[in-house]
Design a protein around this ligand. Sequence first.
Ligand SMILES: Nc1ncnc2c1ncn2[C@@H]1O[C@H](COP(=O)(O)OP(=O)(O)OP(=O)(O)O)[C@@H](O)[C@H]1O
Length: 765
Amino acid sequence: MKTANYQNQIIYLPDFPRSRYEEIYQASIRGEVKCVNCQQNIFLTLSIYETPYFYHTNKEQNLECKQQSFELEKTIQTNSNNTTMIDTNIEDSVIKLPKKRAISSLATIEKSEENTFTARLPFYHIPPYESVDQKATKHMMNQITLDEQQWNAVTHTGSPLLVLAGAGSGKTRVITTRAMHLMNLGVQPHEMMLVTFTSKASLEMKERMRNLGYSIQQMEIGTFHSIFYKMLLRFDRDKWDSSRLIKSDFQKEIMLKQVGRRLEIDEKSFAYDQAIQQIGLWKNSCVYPHEIRPNDAWEEQVASLYEGYEEIKKENGQFDFDDMLLGCFEMLNNYPELLAQYQNRFKCLLVDEFQDINNIQFSILKILFQHTQNVTAVGDDDQSIYAFRGSDPSFILEFKDHFPGSKIYHLNENYRSSHGIVSLANEVIKPNKNRFVKSMHAQYDHDQVPSFFFPFDEEEEATMIVNDIKEKIKNGANPSQFAILYRTNTASRALFERLIATSLPFTIDQDGDSFYDRPIIRKMISFLLLIEDEDHQAALKEILPVFFLKQQAFQEAKMNSVLQNLSFLEAFTTINSAAPFQLKKIEKLIKVLRHLKTASPLEAIERIEESPAFTDYIKKRGNESNKIERPSDDLRDLKVVSRNFKTVRELTQHAFHIAAKFKEYKQQKNNQSGSISLLTAHRSKGLEYDFVYILGAVDGGFPHDYALESLKNGSMDQLEEERRLLYVACTRARKLLYLSILQKRRGKKAYPSRLIKRFLAKTIK
Ligand SMILES: Nc1ncnc2c1ncn2[C@@H]1O[C@H](COP(=O)(O)OP(=O)(O)OP(=O)(O)O)[C@@H](O)[C@H]1O
């Protein structure tokens, strides 16, 4: 059925604004949408696969009402160009309608691309499948099957080895099996160093080897940080005691600000978070403060901060994570006997995810293993996605120069994904210039191919995906088979909100706070709270920084509010500790807030955002120079959410509810198996799922805005990295892959991602 009764209006879906489908969908769940025929509750479908329609859950009822409403729909169709009201002659149809009842938006909505529902599009460009040679030799080692190429790599001897392979080709399998093979040949566990990219990967490898009867307690297996830190601890336990570790960026920021004040850097406008990242990049590239040749004034300031930060750290006897690598490098260089001991001990090295190695990591490995040719590196240059942390794919691309006489093995068979997914991934990565050319071949074909779907906005995207997952689970799938991947953490907001409204088990892999705990959102929510309650203490405390007021102002206002019988907010206009310009801003804001008592949440946010206090704050404190997550984008996201609520109170309650739920979910993140995974594309590396959904495949989302900006400045590097990241995301899928192409993102028209746009046409170049 295409018609329904909602809020005393007849809705006719083909003419109804797309922006309101989600509202109708949610209303139908609440039982507020009625059948025009029988006046019973009906539901709206919002699915990846089908054009939306209304339905009764009772099949017979559904059939009957569908037939009855057909006539009405025909009449509406003929009338839709002429009138916004149903003509009385409609009453000739079986359905009785009150005279002159409004049909929602028939004439008011211009038919445009935005108002049409675009159906799911399959990925067309799949070459015919060439089946694998079933008779091809298979090898077994310790109960693990290996194909010919894998076997050759595992059993290789005599020279340094690089296994260069695409996604899902068994690199992890090869490195684990090779470690066991080397032990079978007589290498002692303590003579081996096996470096993995995540501690999870090293745990898995240990587990596998232990299960097969290998005694590996003595083996040096773990991430770069864990292995090198252990060496430092052995050398000087007190200096490297974990109590001296600077664990968080927050601690770093405090120290940098301390230096910044000395250098007279404007604390309010300077992007300290970006400075932290830049300093990390220098440290991981083995660049000391005196070696920096700044490219611009900003880098010059950061270089001075770096120098000051290192001094404070030294004075306090502290160290950060990057120092674990730099410290190890210095230790091995400064103590040749110690280096000789390690060189004597380690006979062979195995490194996984070699494409993401950075300068300092490589330098340490090189001095440790330059005496032996027994080096195995495994990696995929197409999966190099950590340039912003100093990863340098040139180490893999120039492996032969670093290890003369080395042998390179290629693995081209993809054991993970279906032919359609492998074909899409091959096409995604093809335009990158800076890579070893390779093309993956799938081990199996699947009748379902990857698809693109076109939700109206982030809210509808979340609904469609959750509905799809529910449907698949109903048909027997397990929640652990699903992953939802996104470019940045903020993109997961709507999905998280939709999932907690269901009983589906899920985990969210995220270090940061909930969207509603982000600084700018907390401020805005506080203003919204003050519309209703001018005495809301927590909200008032939260907004002090917006007026650049200190705690003292809060106490003064509190006292004045009692003495002068004013609301707490009003009392801020009477304080002595504020300058006249601050008082003016507060007065203006009070006026704005008082006008918003009956405003919709969206209108309230927009009015507050325009107020001088808020604009100044965003400009000064907003840290717009943060390239990855900008506060103004957060506000645009909040406006998208706000459309779901009728009153400001509903929105603020929702914000508290979600923030609390988020904390709960983060706590249980590691102990919930059998659940749907929500994670960024970066974190998905090395993992695999049957069903993968990629959110926001639009320009600005994926690829990220900052890659597009750097493209404008003439650099292709960021865009190539985004392409690799999308390649990583796509290749996590075993059976089905969905890419979501939003029509609107953050309230603005969105355009299909330039990384996949060409696949939407019937032919591609
Ligand atoms: N020879 C093989 N026979 C059967 N299955 C295999 C074989 N090699 C690998 N696989 C399976 O293929 C999947 C991918 O393997 P693995 O994770 O080792 O690949 P990878 O190259 O490390 O992937 P990525 O780089 O994409 O993370 C796994 O499920 C693995 O068990």
